[in-house]
Design a protein around this ligand. Structure first.
Ligand SMILES: NC(=O)c1ccc[n+]([C@@H]2O[C@H](COP(=O)([O-])OP(=O)(O)OC[C@H]3O[C@@H](n4cnc5c(N)ncnc54)[C@H](OP(=O)(O)O)[C@@H]3O)[C@@H](O)[C@H]2O)c1
Length: 372
């Protein structure tokens, strides 16, 4: 195809985006975005483009070769997708890694314990799964992961914040002997009978909030600059729980603080966490209307959801959502769950692979949108 310099093209942004996200579009001319449209330019040059279109973040560079479309973007290969899954040495996280890898994504399986993590990677035996240590409670560990991804891939496309802690200590034998039926667990009715064997202390609550809420913030803040360079627009999935649902919190004031998206800020959410710890310390949880079924876990997931909404507002070019994975048979619920990890990972994988223009700022019950 002959090249003609400075010719205004009739190339649409849709075509550009098709090039960016599928590389299916074959053209032989380099393009520049000026005066609100794409123009043909001199060959053998790369150009900054600053389209404000959805899913095209700043500072990407586009260069079209003869016969094929090739992007010069941040990172190694525009066609690859890179994902991080936290707490992935077992359970739903491990299965999420497996399903994403089988979908062709290069996945960084992370775990706080190096031995457990490398064992998990070895057992998957998939060439596109690699290990990096990550303790979501440790700033140094987060920095090390960010450096690793930055040097090796130059960007990130998917972050699944899956790592979780229950916030309680349990007498597992006594719990098993109680033979509580799944319906009582799910409705929260089991709360009264399990109080004797499931205990929340200040220490276990701290661990829980520092993992499920502050841990998510720590990891997300560290990786956001790399997610902003995603060729796919960036996907963040927060693995939440139905315990997070606002209707389960007796206090109207707490529901209002966390549920009013117009006034919600990170500072406001942090204040709710401080308020929770104050009430826990002074034995005022029940009196002040906190959820008494796994209180620390419940508020950690409710605050995670609220953070998801704040983040989704701030980064409209990404798809940022949270998900209840279902009631899944794993260590975190002492194997009381009824679903398999294959079923449990479906929601995370679905949200990680959302197409362009997919939902953002939503809470899902597996793959269905649900009420916060
Ligand atoms: N199973 C369910 O029914 C259910 C329901 C609702 C929500 N969820 C959520 O689903 C997610 C996955 O849980 P799961 O059911 O798969 O339970 P799991 O098998 O117990 O997995 C929890 C994972 O989190 C990791 N983790 C804990 N603290 C960490 C930290 N500080 N840094 C990094 N990783 C850490 C654990 O690592 P270690 O092996 O080192 O402890 C483990 O890999 C959690 O967020 C949980 O709250 C589960």
């Amino acid at each position: 195809m002959p090249y003609s310099s400075s010719t205004t093209s009739n190339i649409s942004n849709t075509m550009i985006q098709n090039t960016l996200y599928s590389n299916k579009w074959n053209l032989c001319k380099p393009l520049r975005y000026t005066n609100n449209k794409w123009n043909l330019c001199k060959p053998s040059t790369t150009y900054q483009f600053t389209s404000k279109d959805r899913n095209t973040s700043k500072n990407k560079k586009l260069y079209i070769h003869q016969g094929s479309a090739t992007m010069v973007v941040h990172g190694k290969d525009a066609n690859e997708r890179y994902a991080v899954v936290t707490g992935a040495n077992k359970g739903i996280g491990f299965e999420t890694v497996r399903q994403l890898a089988l979908a062709g994504v290069t996945v960084i399986l992370t775990a706080r314990d190096e031995k457990r993590g490398t064992h998990a990677v070895d057992s998957l035996a998939l060439p596109n799964v690699i290990f990096h240590q990550l303790d979501v409670r440790d700033d140094e560990s987060v920095h090390s992961l960010v450096d690793f991804i930055s040097n090796k891939f130059g960007r990130l496309d998917i972050l699944v914040n899956n790592a979780g802690a229950s916030g309680v200590t349990v007498d597992e034998d006594s719990l098993r002997a109680m033979k509580i039926d799944p319906a009582s667990w799910l409705s929260g009715q089991a709360m009264n009978v399990v109080q004797g064997v499931i205990k929340t202390s200040y220490h276990t609550a701290k661990e829980c909030l520092d993992t499920n809420y502050y841990g998510v913030k720590r990891v997300t803040q560290g990786l956001l600059p790399l997610l902003e360079l995603s060729t796919y627009g960036g996907r963040i999935v927060g693995v939440s729980s139905l315990r997070s649902e606002l209707r389960r919190i007796p206090s109207e004031q707490i529901r209002k603080e966390l549920g009013d998206i117009e006034t919600l800020t990170e500072q406001k959410i942090d204040k709710v966490v401080d308020w929770f710890f104050h009430d826990l310390k002074h034995d005022m949880l029940e009196a002040n209307g906190w959820s008494m079924m796994l209180p620390a876990y419940s508020i950690s997931k409710a605050t995670l959801n609220a953070y998801t909404r704040v983040l989704a507002k701030k980064y409209p070019n990404m798809c940022i959502n949270c998900v209840h994975p279902g009631y899944v048979d794993t260590d975190i619920n002492w194997h009381t769950g009824t679903m398999t990890v294959e079923e449990g990972a479906k929601g995370s994988v679905f949200l990680a692979l959302l197409p362009d223009g997919g939902p953002t700022g939503c809470y899902f019950d597996r793959t269905e949108v649900a009420e916060f």
